[in-house]
Ligand binder design. Sequence first.
Ligand code: PMP
Length: 295
Amino acid sequence: MSVLPFDKRDGFIWFNGALVAWADAKLHVLSHGLHYASAVFEGERAYGGRIFKSSEHSERFRASAETLDFTIPYSVAELDAIKHQVVAKNNFENCYVRPIAWRGSEMMAVAAQNSTINVAVAAWDWPSMFDTETKMKGIKLDIAEYRRPDPLTAPCRAKAAGLYMICTISKHRAERRGYADAMMLDWQGRVAECTGANIFFVSDGALHTPIADCFLDGITRRTVIDLARRRGVEVIERRIMPEELEGFEECFLSGTGAEVTPVSEIGPYRFTPSAISRALIDDYSAEVQPKKKAA
Ligand code: PMP
């Protein structure tokens, strides 16, 4: 499959204060962010030209940077306006939006207090695909070898570039073995999340999901919890051990990219996507659409 490389596309990227031609959004090879992973980012989606929960993403973006000991030099309102400008300038209706902030080149050692904080926002086409019947077949997950780190080992709640190293390795291994993705356990051997999405299980009509205390508390995760409760479905956030997967009926992932994606298999465990997965796919698809203004 040949995909147009991401540095060879047309359009505009917002780069440190201005929209620039896509090809010109470059950084120097001696950038702290590249060598020491001093970079944080977001993954967002626009539906019908409107970014879903834009301000929550902007807040998380700023909070991730603070965790890495730097401040993004734009407010939430400014970031929201920049992201909107990028979507509009590229004439996107349904797209993915990728803000990133990284330390620049002033200091090239572990300490980098005086480095410039760079910020860029790109967007690319990502049509909304709610083909429910295909999704309801469910995807197959491997169980990753790497575990989500102890909060005392890494800034695990930030959306920080460095935390994705074990995700890429785990996802490659899963794909090599014929799976779509890998479920990761945490440092204590409990179920945590996937390489780029959170995880939910269904048992006796209730949703069970791990407590987000050592991995990203996804904005989609919080949306799904809210949607389920609005439907009267009980949501239980708790510690889940892998052996318990035997007793769950349904399983699905949540994330900006994954939206609500049913799972049919995790290692030796089997699930049958049914009523609750379908209801939440539908509820999420309705929730992300821009609300019509009342006449
Ligand atoms: N966990 C990880 C590791 C992720 O990369 C993502 C995607 N950002 C998520 C969970 C889901 O987060 P969100 O719902 O905010 O997209």
